[in-house]
Every structure is written in C-alpha cells, then in structure tokens.
Design a binder for this molecule. Sequence first.
Ligand code: ATP
Length: 352
Amino acid sequence: MTGLVIENVTKTYGAVTAVKDVNLNFNKGEMICFLGPSGCGKTTLLRMVAGLEDTTAGSITFEGKDLTHVPVHKRNIGMVFQSFALFPHLSVGENISYAMKIRGHSRSECEDRVKELLDMIHLPGIADRRITQMSGGQRQRVAIARALALNPEIFLLDEPMSALDANLRESMQIELRKLQQELGITTVVVTHDQTEAMTMADDIVVMGRAKIHQTGAPLDIYKTPANQFVAEFIGTSNLLPGKLTNPDTVTVSGSEMKFTNASAGLSAGDDVLLMTRPEDVFVHPTTDAPLENELQGTVTFIRDIGMTIEILVDCGHHEVTSIMTPKDFPEVKVGQQVYLEMPTSTCNVLAA
Ligand code: ATP
C-alpha cells in the first residue's frame, strides 16, 4: 500500500539548494534510511516530512493525504532528534507522556501508556527516574518511547545512534529495527553510517549534494551501485579504469574483462570503471587454465584480522584488494606473484 510519497521536492535557503527536485515513493510500514555525507540535505528532507521546514516546491503525501502545508502539530508524526531532546527536569514518565498531557489525556491514560511503552522498550518500572540518572542508551529508548506515545503514523529519527558508543550503537540498530517491524510503522531514519542503513532499512536512499544517487534495497545497492559515488560510499570497492569495447566487454590495462551490470547510458568507446567488491576477488598462487576475468600482480600487503584476510595486489596500473576467509586463503606471501579471478557475475561497469 502506498505510504510516503515525496514529489518534486526542493528546498532552498537563499542561494543554497539543500534539496533539489527529489522524488521518492515508499510503501506503508517500510523502514527507509536517508544515507549520505554531511551537508547532502538528508536532515532537511526529513524535516520537510516532519513539517519542521516548508518545502520551496513539490509535495509530500502519506497514504494519499497531502501533508505539504499541514503544520507540524497536525501531522501524525513522532520524531527522535540526534540529541534526544529530553527534558532534564522531568522524570522518564513525564517525558514520555508530555505530548499526551498537552492533548488532554487523563492521568490514568498517561500512566497506562507510559507503562506499556516502558515494557516495549525493555525498561519497565523506571517511570519515576530522572533523565539525568539514565545512560545514553536508556535515554535513547526513552526518546523513542516519547516519540511513539501518541501512536504516530510516521516515525522519524535524525541520526539516532550518533550519541552512542560503537557497541551500543550496533545493538540499538537491531533493537530499533525489531521494534519497527513489530509495530509495522512507516519509519524514516537519517544516517551517514552505511552499516547502520544496511542493518535497518527496507530501502536506502543514497544522497549526495542535494540530490538522490540511488534508491533501493540494501543488498541491491551494495551489489549493483548506480555510480562511482554510491560504489565508494557503500562498502569498499575496486574501481579499475578501462574502456568499454563491446556491450559486455571492457578493456582494463590491455585485458578483456566481462561484466554483468552496467550503469545506464554507456556506449562503446566510453571511459569506464570496472567495479568489484573485495570479497568477489579470489587470489590464486598458480593457475593451470585462464581464470574468469584474470589479472596478474604482486602481493604488497596482507592484513589478517582473524575473521577475514585482506590481500593487496599491485597489478601494474592499479592496486586490487581481495578479502578472503581464513578457510579459503591460499597462504600467499608479500612479494609473491599471484593470479586474480573476478567472476563476471560480480563485475559492474560504471561511468568514469
Ligand atoms: P549533516 O549530516 O551534517 O547533518 P545533512 O546531510 O543532514 O548534513 P542538511 O543539514 O540537510 O544536510 O543541510 C543541507 C545543506 O543545506 C547544507 O549546505 C546546509 O548548510 C544547508 N542548510 C541547512 N539548513 C539551513 C538553514 N536553516 N539555513 C541555511 N542553510 C541551511
């Protein structure tokens, strides 16, 4: 069912275009992550969905209802800010029920809902505690409970993990995703952390400088990035300069390489980049027969971090990174001549 639709939305601040002609369409109940580097416009786009910023042009609808000019307090949204923005002088319960009180809910209604929400965020029985007595992770959960108190239709979170340390961040990403799936609530999260987006999203919107580079399911974006920006922003990639010679062949340093996916609009003769992920590059110490998309080179560095082994190989014009599991690692050494195999099904061609 159609949920959140953003059509031709632009936002300018004087001479600065923060968001330019953005079009997005999401189903109800989806978890969406706006992902991109600092200043690309993701917070501005989120704030327009919230009604905290006007749109300069375009429209925003939810389930067919036009929200574009609906004031923030009349949009049925719940929002968690980067800083959590909890009231330090109020108790946990008072924070969570703040908006309910303003809307005229009775004391017992507020108490019941606070209890229900505290159970939901796995912090039962702490309604009377002070915010100042809470850890960062607990504050975040309280901020989530507060945002959900009025059963919003849309749940918005702006960099919700940035105040948490790395370990806590990871567990909260999983917890937030589970909660969102349990509630089935349409949710938009702003983040600049690609792992966070990959962990939580049904759909990722990759943004850069006011515009959208790609939208799609996390693994689709990872496996077939639309362009160099996306390939470099999500995960690590080998990007080998070459020339497109046929619809399915690219020449890289004199070698003919085959690929499966190519960005739109490329034609023979174009300068391109052959892109592979390091885990799709296999190192062989010897070979009896030609390998799929073979390149030869010399091992320059090996980094063994236990779970995976990273091997850097100098192939003359470029350095290629391979990541293998200890089980598959062929025990090569720095300085050794090796053969690289890059299966066609994992190779993409992007505009240079
Ligand atoms: P970050 O991750 O650093 O928060 P972002 O991707 O969320 O960045 P925005 O905060 O949306 O980016 O900002 C996008 C652009 O719009 C930036 O160039 C920013 O300086 C500009 N901008 C945002 N808010 C305003 C404002 N109120 N007045 C003027 N310019 C603004």
